[in-house]
Write a protein that binds this ligand. Sequence first.
Ligand code: GLA
Length: 373
Amino acid sequence: MKIKLIGVIAGFYIVNALIAFCAEPALKDVFKDTFLIGAALNPWQFSGNTNAEGQIILKHFNTITPENSLKWGNLHPYPGQYVFSQADRFVEFGVKHKMVIIGHTLIWYAQTPRWVFQDNDGKPLTREAVLERMREHIHTVVGRYKGKIRGWDVVNEALNENGTLRNSQWLKSIGEDYIVKAFQFAQESDPEAELYYNDYGLEYEPKRKGAVEIVKKLQSAGVKISGVGLQGHYDINRPSAKQIDETIETFSKLGVKVMITELDVNVLPTSGPGGADVTMRFRADPKLNPYTNGLPKDVEERLARRYAELFGVFLKHKQTVTRVTFWGVSDRSSWLNNFPIRGRTNYPLLFDRNCQPKPAFYAVVDIVHQIPE
Ligand code: GLA
């Protein structure tokens, strides 16, 4: 009797969950006339589709980016040695499900092994030698996925907050033209691919000016740049809608597209300057982790309003914004549970820890109907 009752109750919940799942509109349908909508995936998510996150991916998204699988350190850990198995699986997943596949990222200061810049004795390589390694890497990787990967984040995070070039190992080894060279090599490898410069914090004017310079340099060198990726690692109240609006406008005037490439909204108190500098780390402190038992209703509503505001700006610029990609699928696996402080409970995405749509999801769906054509 007891077992029968449990069966009935379980059945009730399963049926209800199914009804809710079918009733909620697919984001990719909601935005089909505006922009692509997607998520960054980890290998767990693109290797099997049986889990709840797998269902969200297939139902809601028409574009995917790998969280790490195409970064230099993962793909090319030792000189002359490539490990393609994970990246191949990612690309196969996208091809199988007819998704637009984004390559992230070719040239970045982080997650790039030290050997890239050194000879066998650990001494710094010459500019020419590093350029040759860069060329070989880009030709190999872009060439392998030619015709399958639609667009590449060619250079990621080359700028300091004040708009000058970050003193990365790429800059030190090659000099300022490393950015133009990277785009040239990518263009040679797949002339059809879209090529992007990707960064966070471009909503703040000094850094935005630096990105404008990069775009102009590429354009005047006659090298292809298709778009600028605004990572979109945002806080609940900064940057302002106005700053985001002006940023999209600025790049649009330069004749390039804009994509929101790593969207999430942090709801936890921040230590430090905010933003997405991956080198930032702070000590754990319970005061900075206030919502371990769930998000209070008022914060949940603020998050929904923030998401509506953000999508309002993206929709306003639908001629320029071609894609919105979330950095993750659901709150349970977001990197913001561990950045910049380990082990916190954050709520940055549209799907909660149980993979259910949050009020922010419905706010995003609703805003489409509120923006005039
Ligand atoms: C940056 C990078 C991403 C990722 C995030 C943190 O934004 O562009 O590849 O590493 O940091 O997960």
